[in-house]
Design a protein around this ligand. Structure first.
Ligand code: BES
Ligand code: ZN
Ligand code: ZN
Length: 496
């Protein structure tokens, strides 16, 4: 799909569909839409008067052969209340319009921003919305003859804007959205097509193409470095683990500046191990590597956007299998940090591999840590599939991330990590244990476990178990992998 700027005035744009938006207010036919309405002999006003066009969020009004326009169709999308309108709305309605038109076999469309909305941010949001909406999960379907394709998505309404605003926004949005789709592509892979070794190969290829430094630690190197927590999870099956390290170094780093460590859980399949999961729904555990895929996607975007801060990405990758060599409940493991862990439940494996991941990131020089993980079913109980669970040891750092989430339209909600919760993971026979003792607060317990390995570095944990995968399609996104948290993390790093 090509994304481009269209400089002609609305009436003269030759396209399969001219798309714009209306607000939910007394008279939704105003400004540029009123101008279009005049050309169309008052048809839009009539639809509004009849109650068919209200501006309610994601309401679609499709007009064929609109009078006074060169376009074959006019699509008006409801943008909701004007006061709540921002670039997140643009992203959503641009994506929803693309999927709506694609469903009708339309090949190209022009999205026209309204008066005053021709900003860099709108253009970025348009590109992000369109490119992420265009992503499909049909890679393994052999019969693609009914596949519909949008060929060109144009952005209009920028002729009076600062020159380059449109181009600049589109370029940035394209970089970020393509990175998000890269993440989603990885998350969509079934575990037989994406083992830890294959994930490492994909990371290596991405790093080489993007000009990032990459190092893949194999099982021998992982053992030499005494990453006992990661190894304990990997020992349950024949697939060897990998520790993936991708590094971005700015051209002129600030001496003494922060080094951001991004650590992502990549369990390419989580059976639960000996504490095995129920069969029903287990197939979804192919997305248990979404945290790792997210961090790799962030690196891909950063390589192009070139922030002035060093970023080290560490992705521990393994399967969690219940083979004859698997670890068993009660086994005691020694993490890379030297801490001993009593593994009371082999299904709480994400925190084990992250223990070695965050410790290694620190050893490599990270001063600020962020991990992303599909860590707990408990976060789904707490926040459903709406908000990412955010846990932070440093409020200023956490506030910075929450602000980035707001700007990029990703829903995140902070959870507590008071000292009282430390009790939950106090060990009986080892330093710590990997699950709590049945007192609830499962997502917090998982976070407290990871915190043990972060020392006094500012640290944020993102539990994306409820949000990395969507069981139903959204008007602006296919069902399946969402690529959540990538945009927030890219924005956060760029803010340094
Ligand atoms: N990968 C799961 C968490 C998960 C659950 C991800 C649902 C996506 C959707 C994780 O490894 C796990 O099994 N966690 C256990 C922890 C428990 C044993 C303390 C859980 O949440 O049940
Ligand atoms: Zn598990
Ligand atoms: Zn897991």
């Amino acid at each position: 799909m090509q994304i481009q700027l269209e400089t002609k005035p609305f009436r003269g744009i030759e396209t399969d569909a001219l798309v714009s938006y209306v607000f939910e207010e007394k008279d939704p036919v105003q400004g540029r839409i009123a101008e279009v309405d005049q050309a169309a002999a008052g048809l839009i006003k009539k639809l509004a008067a009849g109650g068919e066009l209200t501006g309610k969020s994601l309401e679609f009004t499709l007009i064929h052969a609109p009078a006074g326009l060169k376009a074959a169709r006019l699509l008006l999308v409801g943008a909701g209340k004007r006061e709540q309108f921002n670039s997140a709305t643009v992203r959503k309605i641009a994506g929803a319009a693309l999927r709506y038109l694609k469903g009708k076999s339309v090949k190209n469309f022009a999205f026209a921003v309204r008066e005053g909305d021709a900003t860099v941010d709108s253009a970025q949001a348009f590109a992000e919305g369109a490119i992420t909406a265009n992503f499909e999960t049909d890679k393994y379907k052999t019969d693609k003859k009914d596949r519909k394709e949008i060929e060109i998505a144009s952005l209009a309404g920028y002729s009076d804007a600062e020159p380059m605003a449109g181009e600049k926004g589109i370029a940035k949005g394209r970089t970020i959205a393509e990175a998000q789709n890269f993440t989603r592509e990885l998350v969509n892979e079934p575990s037989n097509k994406l083992t830890p070794r294959l994930l490492a190969e994909r990371a290596q290829a991405m790093a080489n193409q993007s000009g990032l430094a990459v190092e893949i630690l194999d099982e021998k190197k992982i053992a030499e470095l005494k990453m006992g927590a990661l190894l304990s999870v990997a020992q349950g099956g024949p697939e060897p683990p990998r520790m993936i390290v991708v590094t971005y170094s700015p051209a002129n780093p600030k001496p003494g500046g922060p080094v951001i460590g991004l650590v992502g859980k990549a369990v390419t399949f989580d059976t639960g191990g000996i504490s095995i999961k129920p069969a029903d729904g287990m197939e979804k555990m192919k997305y248990d590597m979404a945290g790792g895929a997210t961090m790799l996607g962030v690196m891909r975007a950063l390589a192009a956007l070139k922030p002035n801060v060093k970023v080290i990405c560490v992705v521990p990758a393994t399967e969690n299998m219940p083979g004859g060599t698997a670890q068993k409940p009660g086994d005691i493991q020694t993490a890379m940090s030297g801490k001993t862990i009593e593994v009371l439940n082999t299904d709480a494996e994400g925190r084990l591999i992250l223990a070695d991941g965050v410790h290694y990131a620190k050893q490599l020089g990270a001063t600020h840590l962020i991990d992303a993980a599909t860590l707990t079913g408990a976060i789904v109980v707490a926040l459903a599939n709406v908000n990412v669970g955010v846990f932070g040891s440093d409020q200023a750092f956490t506030d910075k991330l929450l602000a980035s989430a707001k700007v990029t339209g990703e829903k995140m909600w902070q959870m507590p990590i008071d000292d009282e919760y430390r009790e939950f993971i106090k060990g009986s026979f080892a330093d710590i244990q990997n699950i709590g003792s049945g007192k609830g607060g499962g997502a917090i317990t998982g976070a407290m476990f990871i915190k043990e390995f972060t020392g006094d570095s500012p640290w944020i944990h993102l539990d994306i178990a409820g949000t990395a995968w969507s069981d139903d399609a959204k008007p602006w996104l296919a069902k399946g992998p969402t690529g959540v948290a990538l945009r927030t993390l890219v924005h956060l790093v760029l803010s340094y």
